[in-house]
Write a protein that binds this ligand. Structure first.
Ligand SMILES: Cc1ncc(C[n+]2csc(CCOP(=O)(O)OP(=O)(O)O)c2C)c(N)n1
Ligand SMILES: [Mg+2]
Length: 518
């Protein structure tokens, strides 16, 4: 029995559990589109720009712990999606990134869309392969396995002739994946960590990645309490399960001077599915890492396939298995604020009104500083951040999260400048009727860059600097932008109106946008 390469690819993806495809197709992918059309089990979601496609695939992976497929058109389509693939790579999100290309024998003509796809894909991909006639099912199974095993972007290039050529209808068997590594750790590690924890030195546990789910966090928190260590989270995280009933913990500070001061006493840092902290940028005369010189760093992932299993073993060795953590956040509502609308008032309304099990996608940048503290005792929720510093992920991330978790309310906290990079995501919110409330922090400026200009000692901004950092003249009208893409929206400019509007938006299902004039 035979089929064609595109059908074989789709069948293999479905057999591997990949049943969502975020797409923006072109001519070279028409056989793939036709094959997807024959698979009603596959949910195809159109993004009107490739940055929406890749950002949504990231959000989907973070909330479902499995990869979606993308469908991108040749090198330029991939290039448009790279910034959010960069963020996905930093989030360690599994993605099967499918990029269509010309038929193999057409490349020699150097047609207009021909480019070095491998070269474009390499920096953001943990795995790259060009599918071949006859092996496309194996290639697809290998891509899914690589995305899961590496927790990364597996780029599968699909030449048009591979898609339309005959292929065996038999599906390739699955490859061993990350599941096979579950529970594996170096037996010496738990004792070594306990020795360090009891050495009298000042130890900090730095948690990131999968360690930020509720259950491993409780183990880590108990170890902290039993040994007097400090507990910190990475500065930018893929997904934190937090809020009332969960462990409350602070993050490494963004500002390098503040972070240096905060960590000055640390003598030993233990990394739990985390990277050693670094300054976000270099500044003249300032250090590249906030750690004090001589700080010993032990990365559990260097010797443990499953660092969380090692953590669990440490908790057991310390006799903590049946104890509860004492650092569980209570359910407390911040006080309602009145008067002018500002980021603090928005954060306090969020803390009060956040529905249980909500998903927060935070790309609020300078307006977001109060959100993390003001939601620490809110109803339990998941908190997703921009992990790679490439702005323009908030609304796509929310789309992917909402598709992965259709029964949960998604709150997209979106700074205005960043929002304009991938504003088309709102159309996907409307098209798919996603349950997302987007809050635009409309400060009509690249406020963070105004701050950075000051930080480098450049003095007051003149005409050219303001031309590059202000978003006024004309001011963006988010109500019209959203309306033009099918998302209902309102503008508010007082704390009371914001609170009422948020309560209203949360009381209904489907996409809604609030332009918060701040
Ligand atoms: C892809 C990408 N392009 C440019 C930048 C540089 N950059 C960082 S923040 C920023 C402006 C952010 O403005 P906004 O989203 O309105 O947030 P605000 O600073 O006003 O809080 C820019 C352009 C970046 N980080 N990533
Ligand atoms: Mg702004």
């Amino acid at each position: 029995m035979t089929t064609n390469g595109a059908d074989s690819l789709c069948d293999t993806l479905l057999a591997e559990g990949v049943d969502v495809c975020f797409a923006n197709p072109g001519t070279s992918e028409m056989h793939f589109v036709a094959a997807l059309d024959r698979k009603p089990q596959m949910r195809c979601v159109l993004g009107l720009f490739e940055g929406v496609v890749t950002g949504a695939a990231d959000g989907y992976a973070r909330m479902s712990d499995k990869p979606a497929a993308t469908l991108l058109h040749t090198g330029p389509g991939l290039a448009n999606g790279l910034a959010n693939l960069h963020n996905a790579r930093r989030a360690r999100s599994p993605i099967v990134n499918i990029v269509g290309d010309h038929a193999s024998y057409h490349l020699k003509h150097d047609a207009p869309l021909t480019s070095d796809i491998e070269g474009l894909a390499r920096p953001m991909s943990s795995w790259i392969r060009r599918a071949s006639v006859g092996t496309v099912s194996h290639d697809a199974a290998a891509a899914v396995s690589a995305a899961k095993a590496d927790r990364g972007v597996a780029t599968l290039i699909l030449p048009a002739d591979v898609a339309w050529s005959e292929a065996p209808s038999q599906i390739a068997p699955s490859f061993p994946t990350v599941a096979d590594r579950t529970g594996r750790f170096d037996e010496a590690i738990p004792k070594e960590v306990i020795r360090l924890l009891k050495s009298g030195r000042k130890v900090a546990l730095l948690a990131g990645g999968r360690a930020l789910r509720a259950s491993p966090m409780e183990n880590i928190s108990k170890i902290k309490e039993a040994t007097g260590a400090r507990l910190l989270l990475e500065q930018a995280n893929s997904r934190i399960e937090r809020g009332a009933g969960r462990v409350a913990a602070g993050r490494i500070l963004y500002n390098i001077d503040a972070a240096v001061q905060d960590l000055q006493d640390i003598e030993v840092l233990i990394l739990i599915d985390a990277k050693s902290p670094v300054a976000f940028f270099a500044y003249p005369g300032k250090p590249g890492t906030p750690l004090p010189t001589g700080c010993l760093v032990l990365n559990l992932s260097d010797s443990c396939d499953d660092p969380l299993a090692a953590i669990s073993a440490i908790a057991d060795l310390l006799g903590l298995r049946d104890q509860a953590s004492r650092s569980i956040a209570p359910f407390l509502r911040p006080e309602r604020m009145h008067g002018e609308l500002n980021p603090l008032a928005i954060a306090s309304s969020l803390g009060t009104l956040l529905p249980e099990n909500a998903i927060i996608c935070d790309e609020a940048l300078t307006s977001g500083q109060h959100i993390y503290p003001m939601t620490s005792t809110a109803a339990p929720h998941d908190y997703l951040q921009i992990t790679g510093g490439a702005i323009g992920i908030g609304m796509p991330l929310a789309a992917g999260a909402a598709i992965a978790a259709p029964d949960r309310k998604v709150l997209c906290l979106q700074a205005d400048g960043s929002g304009m990079y991938t504003v088309q995501a709102l159309w996907t919110h409307a098209r798919e009727q996603l349950d997302i409330v987007t809050i635009i922090f409309a400060n009509r400026s690249y406020a963070i860059l105004h701050g950075e200009l000051k930080n480098v000692g450049a003095g007051a901004p003149g005409r050219n600097a303001r031309a590059m950092l202000d978003l006024d003249n004309p001011a963006l009208d988010w109500v019209k932008l959203a309306g033009g893409m099918g998302v209902e929206a309102r503008r508010v400019s007082t704390a009371d109106d914001f609170h009422d509007m948020l309560a209203f938006a949360l009381s209904r299902r489907g996409p809604y946008l609030i332009e918060a004039s701040i």
